[in-house]
Design a protein around this ligand. Sequence first.
Ligand SMILES: [Zn+2]
Ligand SMILES: [Zn+2]
Length: 128
Amino acid sequence: MSTDYGFCCLDCKDCYIVDDERNPDTVASLIMLADKLAELVVLDAALPQAVDLQVSAGYGRTNLCLAWFATHKGHKLEVIDEYGGFHPRCGKTYKVEGEKFTRYCKKKENHDGEACSDRSMFAWANHD
Ligand SMILES: [Zn+2]
Ligand SMILES: [Zn+2]
C-alpha cells in the first residue's frame, strides 16, 4: 500500500494532497521553495497564452496547483499524508477508555505537551 503526501497550511487549516506523490521528502523540499512556487503564478499570468508553465511531481507527474501556493504564501506549511497524519508523525499508540482497539497518534513527531490524537487533519479542519 502506498501513501500519497501533500501540504497542509496550519494557518488556514487547508490541506492539499498531491496525486501519486509518495515521497514526503519531495514535499518537504517543495515547502522550502513555496514562496518561489507562489511567484510562478505571477509569471504564468504574464506569459503569452500560447505558453504553459507547469511544475509536476509524483510518480504520475501530476501538475501542481500553483494557485494553492499563492493562496498560502508566507503561511506555515507542513508535510501531511492522505490520511491526515503529519510527517514525520508522532505515531505513539494510546487507548481510549472503553475502546478495545489501539489508536495511533497522527500529530507531528515531538509535538508539544498536548495529548496524542488520531484525529485526521481533515477532520480537524472541518470541525475547528
Ligand atoms: Zn494558508
Ligand atoms: Zn502523539
